[in-house]
Design a protein around this ligand. Structure first.
Ligand code: WT7
Length: 651
């Protein structure tokens, strides 16, 4: 476990404040009492099939399942025999009531343009685009890459894919051409949907140009569909590239949702692992949809009249589960925003909340830390009285940021749900229930119904209160990943080989005397930059690809805004290196992985600290990057003098 994880425990142990839910909130909540929560949790633990079978009545099925749950982790199958469609559940089933005229998506572009899509508008657009995909030759089971800005067409394209059983693979727009090519190749994608560009801080992010560059290296892609968003210049290759608006013209507005098996793949989403190659996390239809539908209702307490806003990008799992599938399956109204929180100024988010009377707001600690830095004068300029519930996701929220969120944004009125989950878990696992849980700043509190976590030692023994250990799941849950695309062996090795019979999340955590869980972060070498999980190995292999670099070790260090910053220790093939080379390396990483991987520090070293067996001692480097005295055991270090040298290089 990393030394900084242990320090986190020290600091959070001092946290003793608790915040019970307001009585009026509890009175109206979907889950409104401790007794109700405990009854649900125990039922789900003791009789998962009974519990989830009942919950599954909240979805619309073409054919009812034969069995709720078959097999043991990791080979579990949910709702075998059932036929279902996610797009149908998110749209069609709302068209038989007054919900058909309800806003599904209230969209705001960064330049200030807006669009509202009611459920029946969404139905029309999704049907049309599903027909477009079919006309391009896309069949059930084919993979389609979506590399798009945060515009309604992204949600439309996702739901069009799931409507015909095509598997979407969404790539966050901040990734580079090479990253797109790698993911296209791994998924063997046949079609890419993109846009000319998207708006970010008043500048155009040129997406189509990146797709063009990626296609030289990803030969499986046959067709490209391009949304005109910015109006920027793009090169269109005849017979390969098509404008979205051209293809949509004259296409039928009806397209039956395909009746899919419960375990039909819904999407792949690539996430960084502890070795270089990204992992294609695969989710399937019924279990994922059920998990995100129920957790949206329980955790966000979604009601017919709410206006819900999740600020994540759909390119991450948060956007898949809590912008698209979960809220739409519940027939909710959601806000979707294209751009940056500080454009045209630092008040943009609060302006949007005031403008649309947002009632539920879900964001990330990295954003909250930025808001704090920008100052209270920004939220204070706007009317935030419509808010009734706040959420946080992506990394542990430090108690000070929690208190600020509670005081300045929630005005001491709104419960905060600190939701722990992962790309792999599909939906929220550990979180307060806003009408039930007395929250503690910095803790994600207790497991949701159907989630049976434990904290164990490396040999799998359950640990008692207030002892840090590995966070595992002892029972399967419907929205868990089913495999890693094309690499089932890695799936088993990564999640199911460390602790016998359990899913290992890769996080360290402890449970306090009240059974509340405090997550301490990753125990491996993945770093969390601004809520984005990045593999240090990926950055290292990129650095080593530069002709001047001999060896590289990349570690995270605590960063005020981003959560973790990226520090690169580099040894050169020749020479000592200078500021120009530092800049060149920063640029090199940026252009090969994407802006989100931009290194914060580059330090040249004559050698890296290694064990006798040649393993780089990352824990030591973490201490150096953070400017801490090291308490690590250095007895296995090969050459102690290296340490002193690295510290001398402190800037
Ligand atoms: C990792 C998963 C879940 C969507 C966004 C990130 C960390 C996430 C919390 C939280 C403490 C958290 C964990 C987890 N994490 N939420 N509320 N408290 N840590 O998805 O990229 O798959 O990352 O993010 O370390 O394992 P992801």
């Amino acid at each position: 476990m990393s030394s900084n994880g242990n320090e986190n425990i020290e600091s959070v142990l001092k946290e003793t404040r608790t915040f019970p839910p307001p009585a009026t909130f509890s009175a109206n909540a979907h889950i409104s009492s401790e007794e109700q929560y405990e009854a649900m949790w125990n039922r789900a633990k003791d009789d998962p099939s009974g519990f989830w079978g009942e919950m599954a009545d909240n979805l619309d099925w073409f054919r009812r399942w034969d069995t709720v749950l078959e097999g043991d982790m990791p080979d579990t199958k949910w709702f075998q025999g059932g036929k279902i469609n996610a797009s149908y559940n998110c749209i069609d089933r709302h068209l038989t009531s007054s919900r058909r005229n309800k806003a599904a998506i209230i969209w705001e572009g960064e330049p200030g343009d807006t669009r509202v899509l009611r459920y029946q508008d969404l139905h029309r657009e999704v049907c049309k685009f599903a027909n477009v995909l079919k006309n391009l030759g896309v069949q059930t089971g084919d993979r389609v890459t979506l590399y798009m800005p945060m515009i309604p067409e992204l949600a439309i394209a996702m739901l069009a894919c799931s409507r015909i059983g095509a598997v979407h693979s969404i790539i966050f727009g901040g990734f580079s051409a090479d990253a797109v090519a790698d993911r296209n190749n791994d998924a063997r994608a046949r079609v890419v949907v993109t846009a000319d560009g998207g708006w970010r801080r008043g500048k155009e992010v040129p997406l189509k140009a990146a797709v063009d560059a990626s296609l030289d290296k990803s030969p499986t892609v046959e067709k490209v569909v391009v949304v005109r968003r910015t109006g920027g210049n793009v090169d269109m290759v005849p017979d390969r590239d098509f404008w979205w608006h051209d293809l949509m013209e004259g296409v039928s507005t009806e397209c039956d949702a395909v009746q899919l098996d419960s375990e039909h793949p819904l999407f792949v989403l690539y996430t960084s692992g502890s070795t270089g190659k990204p992992k294609g996390v695969m989710h399937t239809t019924a279990g994922y949809l059920l998990g995100t539908t129920m957790t949206s209702r329980w955790v966000f307490d979604l009601k017919e009249e709410d206006t819900y806003w999740c600020t994540a990008d759909i390119g991450w799992i948060t956007g898949h589960s809590y912008i698209c599938y979960g809220p739409l399956s519940n027939g909710s109204t959601m806000v979707m925003y294209e751009g940056a929180p500080n454009w045209p100024d630092e008040g943009r988010f609060w302006e949007i909340i005031e403008k649309y009377r947002v009632s539920i707001f879900y964001t990330a600690p990295t954003a909250i830390r930025a808001f704090i830095k920008w100052g209270d004068q920004w939220p204070e300029k706007y009317d935030l009285s419509s808010l009734r519930l706040l959420g946080s996701v992506g990394e542990p929220i430090n108690p000070e940021a929690w208190m600020w969120y509670h005081r300045v944004i929630g005005q001491e009125r709104c419960p905060i749900v600190d939701t722990w989950w992962q790309t792999e878990t599909g939906g929220i696992m550990i979180s307060p229930l806003p009408g039930v849980t007395a929250t503690k700043p910095g803790s994600c509190c207790r497991p949701l119904p159907g989630v049976v976590p434990d904290i164990v030692s490396p040999d799998g023994q359950s640990l008692g209160a207030n002892t840090g250990g590995l966070l595992v799941m002892r029972q399967p849950w419907p929205s868990m990943l089913r495999t890693l695309w094309g690499d089932d062996e890695r799936f088993r090795a990564t999640y199911f080989s460390d602790i016998e019979g359990c899913y290992f999340a890769g996080d360290g955590a402890r449970r306090d005397e009240d059974g509340y869980i405090w997550v301490m972060g990753r125990v491996d070498d993945v770093i969390n930059v601004s809520g984005h999980r990045l593999s240090t190995m990926e950055v290292e292999s990129c650095l080593v690809a530069h002709p001047g670099v001999a060896e590289a070790a990349v570690v995270g260090f605590p960063h005020e805004i981003k959560g973790e910053g990226i520090c690169c220790f580099v040894t050169l093939k020749t020479g000592d290196g200078d500021d120009d080379l530092k800049k060149e390396l920063v640029q090199h990483v940026r252009s090969s992985i994407g802006a989100l991987a931009t290194p914060d520090q580059v330090r040249f070293a004559t050698a890296l600290p290694k064990t006798r067996s040649g393993k780089i001692m990352r824990r030591l480097l973490r201490d150096i990057a953070a400017g801490r005295e090291s308490t690590q055991d250095t007895t296995t270090l090969e050459d102690l003098s290296i340490l002193a040298k690295l510290r001398e290089d402190d800037e």
